[in-house]
Design a protein around this ligand. Structure first.
Ligand code: FPP
Length: 271
């Protein structure tokens, strides 16, 4: 072993020791923007479809890994409300891939006691894909070990607009008063009602933007960006994101001093 590899091993050992000493904080809810299927394919001289196929295989590995790591909610941005702007053949392929994927994941979801739910406008999704989605949502409704949230035909601004309209309708009907609305109340009108806000948002492919994803829900999320394209993303990358998350200090507007000395409930954002 040469001098440099010994030095590297010592450093690795030191890091492992210090990590063992740090109490691990597993995020309750991890949300992922799975980006870069197309670029991965193009860079490998393959059609974009192949990137999506590999991306779907990554989804399965990451769902299994997330369950094993103790993540209770995993949201996956599978198709945005803006993705309809893509070429028709790519959209058609993605919808068929999703239907096949849902079929193939039934065992993974049910055997792991998971619950599948979806956010987004289900109306716009082709009937065959929608049927598979609804079927698995119904079959897995009793899942207790964790929740996989599939964001399909989802756009955060569209979700907020729908919530505002629903609240306005309740006000017009005399069921609600404008002054009574607080964040808890408003979040009850969002498609994510009942799902805790994401603690950690991951985006692959080197892009550093939020792209109309969980805009209000991620107000206090930690963000982790990774250069790898989604088809290359591995459980080890997820573990690295979680490791970094566990070292972050979430202050929710308070000072570092206050955060260290406060009780667990004080560490949450204001509602
Ligand atoms: C984008 O890569 C990713 C998507 C359009 C959504 C994610 C889709 C999958 C992971 C495939 C199937 C999903 C499931 C749940 C089965 P991109 O095409 O935007 O990549 P690019 O930015 O390099 O073009």
């Amino acid at each position: 072993m040469n001098h440099f590899s010994r030095f590297r091993n010592e450093l690795r050992q030191e890091r492992m020791d210090s990590e063992r000493d740090t109490a691990r904080v597993v995020p309750t809810h991890v949300a992922i923007i799975m980006d870069g299927n197309g670029r991965w394919a193009v860079e490998h001289g393959l059609p974009r479809f192949e990137g999506h196929r590999r991306g779907a295989a990554t989804v399965e590995k990451i769902v299994r890994a997330a369950v094993g790591m103790g993540i209770r909610y995993l949201t996956l941005f599978a198709f945005s409300a803006e993705n309809w702007r893509r070429p028709k053949d790519e959209v058609d392929f993605l919808m068929k891939l999703l239907a096949r994927f849902l079929e193939s994941q039934e065992r993974v979801i049910l055997d792991n006691d998971l619950r599948l739910v979806s956010i987004g406008d289900g109306e716009g999704i082709p009937p065959a894909t929608r049927a598979k989605l609804d079927e698995l949502i119904a079959k897995s409704a009793a899942g207790r070990r964790g929740t996989v949230v599939l964001a399909l035909n989802y756009g955060s601004r569209q979700e907020i607009l729908a919530a505002a309209k629903a609240f306005a309708a309740d006000v017009a009907a005399g069921r609600k008063k404008p002054d009574d609305l607080d964040w808890n109340g408003l979040s009850g009108y969002l498609q994510t009602r009942g799902i805790p806000d994401p603690d950690l948002v991951i985006r692959t492919s080197g892009e550093m933007r939020i792209s109309n994803f969980l805009l209000l829900q991620s107000a206090y999320s930690e963000f982790w960006f990774c250069r790898k394209y989604w088809p290359e993303f591995t459980p080890a990358d997820l573990a690295e994101a979680l490791e970094e998350y566990s070292r972050r200090e979430r202050r929710f507007g308070r000072t570092g001093e206050q955060t260290k000395n406060s009780s667990a409930t004080d560490k949450e954002p204001l509602r």
